[in-house]
Design a binder for this molecule. Sequence first.
Ligand code: IDP
Ligand code: MG
Length: 152
Amino acid sequence: MEQTLVIVKPDGVQRGLVGAIIFRLERRGLRLSALKLLQVDEMRARSLYEVHLDKRFYNTLVSYISSSPVVAMVWQGLRAIDIIRSTMGATDPAEAGPGTIRGDWGLNIGRNLIHGSDSPESAGREIPIFFEADEIVHYSRALDQWYSENEL
Ligand code: IDP
Ligand code: MG
């Protein structure tokens, strides 16, 4: 089953949007498998964003994600990665559609509220930066059959 790392970034926590963001992901039917609030240290920040090492915004991105606590989560479900990415909206909130998290609550690309893994490979690399294997909980829900005709 597909898993993905989601992070409510420091601006989301500071602005009190944690509950609202989780609400949207829950309502889509995905299953929450792990959740913690933490202060991201520089090592974790650099590791999360290592694919952006050569970008001009890399250092400010590392500072941003480690500037204040975040809420890190693992979400699970059929096509969880694509579903979360479409619920997040485009990277730049100015281009994100209405009804998306970034489109409704974001203003600037440097404060875009949420991270979501962009592929199964990224999820496989990113999840262990934040969670031990035994922190990811596998369970079923009575309503799963009403969210999906296939196994969630
Ligand atoms: P994503 O978060 O939608 O996957 P990525 O291209 O992977 O977007 O970029 C990672 C993060 O880097 C973005 O979410 C955003 O916080 C930041 N970022 C991306 N492009 C820019 C930019 O042009 N200026 C400042 N920050 C940027
Ligand atoms: Mg990305």
